[in-house]
Ligand binder design. Structure first.
Ligand code: ATP
Length: 204
């Protein structure tokens, strides 16, 4: 039985930092955002289907998704978002499975899925554990502002369109506290602790 860990958390909560710590221990990380970007890069696997459904105007000259044009379409026709997701989700799933299959040597596999809770029904049946990186909203705002130079309102807008902290906690089998008071060595300590628990699932 393979051990599959779903890692999630709101924007700026610290998912990438945790993933990196686990990758440094030799654990295979399947990154849903990265897969999604690659599918829509130049000659990406999602490009033919997107062109078919939305037309040539959403595809750039080098055969990539034109994100600005797509954003405009989704903004004016909200149902277009569902259509795009309908194309992307099966392809993301396929790539996740492929990457998981090619990581046989990893004792467990971490699936870094920012919007896991928002699509929890798609994921919970096959994930062994759901691990939530938790922190206060104010900390998320401060970290994202420091990183991207977004305004407070822009970060709040993103936060309001994601699952709430309470919703995430409801599905969490494991939690990592990465709040305001947590420095990187305190974070690493928690990650190390979970790492050993997850290793034990593999050998159990
Ligand atoms: P996103 O969803 O936006 O990709 P994320 O959840 O992957 O974000 P990270 O990129 O890991 O979050 O962290 C956001 C920022 O906060 C980064 O610049 C990171 O270095 C910093 N950070 C994360 N955790 C801590 C911490 N405990 N102490 C100090 N800085 C931190």
């Amino acid at each position: 039985q393979r051990v599959f860990i779903g890692l999630t958390g709101g924007i700026g909560s610290g998912k990438s930092t945790v993933s990196k710590m686990l990758a440094d221990k030799g654990i295979a990380i399947v990154d849903a955002d990265k897969i999604s970007r690659e599918l829509t890069h130049a000659n990406g696997l999602a490009i033919p289907a997107i062109r078919e459904v939305f037309g040539d105007e959403v595809i750039t000259e080098d055969n990539a998704l034109n994100r600005a044009v797509m954003r405009g379409i989704v903004f004016s026709r909200p149902e277009a978002k569902k259509t795009l997701e309908g194309i992307m989700h099966p392809l993301i799933r396929e790539q996740m499975i492929e990457q998981a299959l090619s990581a046989q040597e990893s004792p467990y596999i971490v699936f870094d899925i920012p919007l896991l809770i928002e699509s929890v029904d798609r994921y919970r049946s096959w994930l062994t554990r759901i691990c939530v990186v938790d922190c206060e909203e104010e900390t998320q705002i401060a970290r994202v502002q420091a990183r991207n130079g977004l305004s407070r309102e822009e970060v709040l807008h993103i936060l309001r369109n994601q699952a709430t902290r309470e919703e995430r906690k409801r599905y969490a089998d494991d939690m990592i506290n990465n709040g305001n008071m947590i420095n990187l060595s305190m974070l690493a300590e928690q990650v190390n602790h979970l790492h050993h628990q997850w290793l034990a699932l593999h050998t159990a």
